[in-house]
Structure formats: C-alpha cells, structure tokens
Design a protein around this ligand. Structure first.
Ligand code: BDR
Ligand code: CA
Length: 330
C-alpha cells in the first residue's frame, strides 16, 4: 500500500474453504479495494464456485461486487479432469456448512470479459490475485494482452519450491492447468508466487478460531467455521488443543498484498514442467547461487524471474487476518 491509497484488487478463485477466507479478508481490509471476483473450476465445479463466492460476499456484508464464472479445467493429457476433493473442501466445495443459498446473482458476462473490463476501468493499476487453477488468467492474457498495461502485479497462490501436494512435486492450482500457469509466468508483469512453502505455515491457533466461531457477527463467525474446517495438523487427536486450529491457506496471499513486508521473497527463475510424467505441473525454482554445467555447455534458456515467497512472518499474518475479519469495514 502506498501513500494511504487503497490497492485495487481482483481475485480469481475456486471457492473453496480457504478461498472463502481470502474473500472475507479482502472485503474487510481497509487498504484493499476488491473490484471484482472471477471464478474457475477447481475445488468444485464452476457453478458451485460462483454460488459459494456469492454466499461469502453476502455473509460478509460486502458491497455489490461483480462476480462471474469462467473456465473449466484446462486440457489434460490423460482423460477427463479429476473429481474435486471432497475430503478437503466438503461436497459443496466450501465445507458443507449449511449456509443459505445467496440472494445475489452473478454478472451477465463471463469471467474473462469481466476481468478485462474491470482491469481496464480501474483508475489505478490492479493487483490480480489468482488463488485457483490459472485457466481464466491465461485466457485473459492470451485474448486481451492489452490488460497488462493496467496490472500492477500478479500475486498468485500456486506452485512450490519444495514438495507438492497434488503430486510429489506439483501444487494443486498449477497441476490442474500447467499450460495456463506457464502463460501467467511469462505475462511480462511483476509476479509474486505465494506457494506451498509459505501457504501451509500460517495457522490460526485453536483459541482464536473458537472465539471467531462464537461471534454473533455473520462474517466473523463464518471465518471461524471455515478455519475450523481447515486441518492445521493432519492426524491430530480430537482432544488435542491444536484440533480447532486452522490454516489461512489462500488468505495468506491476500495478506501478502495488504502487508508485503510479512513475506520474504527471492527473485528467482521459475519454469513450469509441462511434459507428461511425474514432474508435470512442477514449478521448477532455480535456487542455485551460480550457473551450472547445463548453462556452461550452452543449454541456458530464458526463464521468467518471479518473486518467490520462501519465508513468512506467521504471527504477523495471523494478527493481520484476525484484526481484519473481526472488524467491519467503515
Ligand atoms: C490450493 O488448492 C486448493 O485446494 C486451495 O484452495 C488452494 O488454492 C492449494 O494447493
Ligand atoms: Ca483455491
């Protein structure tokens, strides 16, 4: 944030328990101006993502922010797309919390059209925050490359410098549409990668989650319910005090927009592995201090430089998140 001005933000998500946490934060943070939300299949199908997104905005008491649905899963080399993971996000994609159907309705344009419209209409360059498979963003960049002139930065949740989650080396959002992720990385705008290396670390303690759940304010209570659905420590016992603790997940990427100082990044070459086989969808982050044999023998390829999040101030982001969702925007 600069000079007290709010940061215009657009989120592209697959709501999604942790996408919902991200939306709640963006709506309530006084320094963020959430101008649109676009939806893509991922944690559930795109109709479910749109419904969940509208529900969250309504529960949060957000102003009338346009929401539009977009792409399905990108082309995959082997067969139909994988089913959504109900063990992570529930059967409705948002934790099966039994929330009422939203009264709000989506915009009558598709996601790519809405993205283009809102990016170009913004009085100041937009920070784009994808927290989902990157299909919509790649389509936008390929179809309407002129949008990059009004994009300040893309801060995306995806990828990993270390271990993956969808596969041993690939993170879910990149693995769902690796070609789209490769297009994003070469967009020619500054990019921050909020990958699994930091994503899994920001966990809200159980006592705080219990306080949020007891709130009478619907948005705050929803944050508590969502966090309680996020396993902080897989395999922990029911009587474990850490049991109610919940990871911020995608919401951490929004914390990195509101408070970039809390994230330690290194500007590094990153390439997405597109070949079929065990590395497909891996974000190959080159952390070597100097060139190696491959470059010495003339194999050097031009690779995009990305600000890769490698460390995070956990306490700072937990405090920021709680302080934001427990207030209502003035
Ligand atoms: C990503 O996968 C999804 O399940 C989460 O919403 C997050 O965006 C983490 O790999
Ligand atoms: Ca997500």
């Amino acid at each position: 944030m600069t000079h007290g001005q709010t940061v215009p933000v657009i989120i592209d998500c697959d709501t999604g328990v942790d996408d919902a946490l991200a939306l709640l934060f963006a709506v309530r943070h006084p320094g963020l101006d959430l101008r649109a939300v676009t939806c893509v299949a991922g944690n559930t199908d795109v109709a479910g993502v749109v419904r969940n997104t509208l529900t969250v905005l309504e529960q949060a008491g957000a102003p009338d922010i346009p929401v539009a649905g977009g792409g399905g899963r990108g082309p995959r080399p082997a067969g139909p797309p994988p089913p959504p993971p109900p063990h992570v996000h529930g059967h409705d994609g948002m934790g099966d919390l039994g929330l009422p159907a939203p009264r709000r309705t989506p915009a009558d344009v598709d996601a790519v059209t809405l993205l283009r419209r809102e990016i170009l209409a913004s009085p100041r360059p937009v920070t784009l925050v994808p927290t989902a498979p990157l299909t919509n963003i790649a389509l936008l960049l390929r179809t309407h490359p002129e949008v990059t002139r009004n994009i300040e930065r893309i801060v995306f949740m995806g990828g990993a410098a270390g271990a993956g989650n969808a596969t041993a080396v690939a993170e879910f959002n990149v693995w769902h549409d690796p070609e789209a992720a490769a297009i994003l990385l070469t967009a020619g705008v500054p990019i921050t990668m909020y990958g699994l290396d930091v994503f899994t670390r920001v966990v809200v303690p159980g006592a705080d989650v219990r306080r949020l759940r007891a709130s009478t304010e619907p948005g705050t209570r929803l944050a508590g319910e969502l966090l309680a659905h996020r396993p902080a420590t897989p395999g922990s016992r029911p009587d474990d005090p850490a049991e109610d603790a919940g990871g911020l997940g995608d919401a951490g990427a929004l914390c990195a927009v509101a408070d970039p100082e809390g994230l330690t990044t290194h500007r590094l070459p990153v390439e997405v592995s597109l070949a079929p086989g065990p590395t497909r969808g891996q974000t190959v982050v080159d952390r070597r201090p100097r060139v190696g044999e491959s470059e010495i023998h003339g194999d050097a390829r031009e690779q995009p430089l990305v600000d890769v999040g490698l460390d995070v101030d956990v306490e700072r982001y937990v405090r920021l998140y709680l302080g934001t969702v427990e207030r209502t925007k003035a």
